[in-house]
Write a protein that binds this ligand. Structure first.
Ligand code: GLP
Length: 241
């Protein structure tokens, strides 16, 4: 595991965007695993800037996102599809047919998850998976658990995650209670993993995830076992180590 320490959020975003840009330039038909949340917003902005300057071409890139809320449609402003569209897809020359997220409107969890596993296989697996880190050590929506869940699955979100995501919704009640997420197996099969973390409020999670024991109680800790992980974190996020 490589840890790149940056001064602040801006530098974290620039460094992480640089690594993703390198992936796209080295392999223009690459498969990117993408993440939502507030942490990657700055790096998506940098990627859009790279595209506008003519340095990046997304036309052959395929994307698979980590997760989606169950019950939210693509048009819902809080859906992760909407987020991806707003922060990246609509600003670059990506082929929409090559962008994938779990289908939040599929009520049959078994079908939604099997379909998504099928998509990840069909695109040939993930070259570079981007991850944020939840306060409780979750990645995607893989919440602390008694065992690592391998494939895409439907999760009941924990109180901590519902509270953390409350800021994006009108009320606490409006936050969906379930989501479809790639499993730890899907994530660990990615050829490279890039984790971005910012802020002092993540310092404890960083310490536990990357310097503590590997346990499903801290889902991100499993990344210690992956052969090619790069964590780009600002000083505040690394202040606990
Ligand atoms: C959500 C997402 C995760 C994300 C996490 C942290 O729960 N499902 O993929 O990493 O939040 O979000 P933030 O970057 O806003 O702290």
């Amino acid at each position: 595991m490589r840890i790149i320490r940056t001064k602040d959020y801006q530098e974290m975003s620039r460094r992480a965007a640089g690594l993703i840009s390198a992936q796209i330039i080295m392999k223009p038909e690459c498969v990117l695993g993408l993440a939502t949340g507030s942490t990657p917003v700055g790096l998506y902005r940098q990627l859009v800037e790279g595209y506008r300057k003519g340095d990046l071409d997304f036309s052959r890139v395929t994307t698979v996102n980590l997760d989606e809320y169950k019950g939210l449609s693509r048009e819902n402003e809080q859906s992760y599809y909407y987020f991806m569209n707003d922060n990246l897809f609509r600003h670059v020359n990506i082929d929409r047919e090559k962008t994938h997220l779990p289908d939040g409107m599929e009520p049959d969890s078994g079908k939604a998850c099997a379909d998504y596993n099928g998509i990840i296989d069909a695109v040939g697996g993930i070259d570079l998976q981007l991850l944020g880190l939840g306060h409780n050590g979750h990645i995607g929506f893989n919440e602390p658990c008694v065992h690592f869940e391998l494939g895409t699955h439907c999760v009941d979100l924990t109180e901590s995650t519902i509270r953390a995501n409350r800021r994006f919704f009108d009320s606490y009640e409006a936050v969906p209670r379930q989501a479809y997420t790639m499993g730890i197996g899907n994530i660990m099969k990615a050829r490279k993993i890039l984790v971005v973390v910012s802020g002092e409020d993540k310092a404890a999670a960083v310490k536990e995830a990357f310097f503590g024991p590997v346990t499903p109680k801290v889902p991100a800790s499993v990344l210690q076992l992956h052969p090619d992980v790069c964590v780009v974190a600002d000083e505040a996020a690394l202040s606990g180590i």
